[in-house]
Design a protein around this ligand. Sequence first.
Ligand code: GLU
Length: 467
Amino acid sequence: MVVTRFAPSPTGYLHIGGLRTALFSYLWARRNGGKFVLRIEDTDQGRNSEAAAQAIVEAFEWIGLEHDGEILYQSQRGEVYGQYIQQLLDEGKAYRCYMSKEELDALREEQTARKERPRYDGRYRDFDGTPPEGVAPVIRIKAPQSGTITVRDGIKGEITFNVDDILDDFIIARSDGSPTYNFVVAVDDALMGINEVIRGDDHLSNTPKQMIVYEALGFEMPKFYHVPMIHNQSGKKLSKRDGATDVMAYKEMGYLPEALLNFLVRLGWSHGDQEIFSRDEMLQLFSPADINKSASIYNVEKLDWLNGHYIKNADNTLLAELLEHHDIFLLSHDKKEIILDEVKERAKTLKEMATLIKEILETPTQYDEKAVKKAFKADAVEVLNLFSARLAEKEGLHLPTDYHGVMEAVVAEKEIGFGKIGQPLRIALMGRLTGPGLDSIMAIIGREETLSRIEKAIAVITAELAQ
Ligand code: GLU
């Protein structure tokens, strides 16, 4: 059974890059009928792990990724780590090191002066004398002193590290007894039965150390996949300046979970040249073996395009539900379908939809000056008045086509082009020259509101023009 995990360090929110590796891990576990578990790596920071976990759970809920079982908190597992440290001490695979900070600093200086890589020299590795007084020891693991360590990576292939270049007997417990990062990651992954570790390649340099811990404790090694980072357009690691890194910010900006997942799955993974993946398709097709070897590029236009696609194809009731988060309440609006059909074609985000819906539903308070100058000509008032008169006498106006009929009748009666009525009418209804179809707007706001907007526009604009 494939067991994968997501192991975020609490930073207060779920990072977009983290969500991508979580998604990969989730898809791979689910595709294999396996398990996907969540572990909060909260040993080093003094932050509130409960709040950090809460933020992550909230983001997972929004995006719709379920994890299996309880969330594991490293901060609650001190005893477990202590047992394994003791085991290594008992077996002679780890030892206490009493080197003081001054001694370590001196060693480092000497090594640097000799142009050597600063590293612990192993002086307490086989120590059996009397420990110096007043020094609380750290615990170091016996690492190989020469040779190579090879990570067999499911994405990058074999990566061989020279022990000389990267290792020494590294610390697994600090002088206060607290275990160190690479030690707890390896212990937890092993005890949680994680057999496929999918994570960012910024962790690649930790892997040899974790492998040493696995070996020392006799744990079975998992399969590793180190996923190349997400870069910005200039090839640098994605940062806040390039776009939001907090997953929940994407909810606020009006992205649909499907669109964000689709966007993320394509950051570093592909299946032919297919761009659109439903969740089911991702589940059927995803394999970490197909993850690209090079970094992927964050491109917000692509996300917008995908989001537009998912909005356009979304069920109107679902959109109405999602729009409530953006202060638009349409679920029981009698024009819900017309509004959403009209607006979903034109917006890239729910937020844009919400803005457009507000603009349709609210009487304009201002009229765009340039638009007025351009399209509210001398004859506009006359045309609009005629249109209002024809509208007022017409019964049974419901659909956009009903309103369109009245516009056509006026155009025929006055023998004018469509723009002669369309443009001033648009200014009267929306306050500007852009926006959704006029006939839809009128069907949405209804006859009375249409008449009142025309009347108001004529009054305000003629008064302005008279000044
Ligand atoms: N806690 C690490 C992080 O948030 C991930 C550790 C791992 O995946 O092994 O970057």
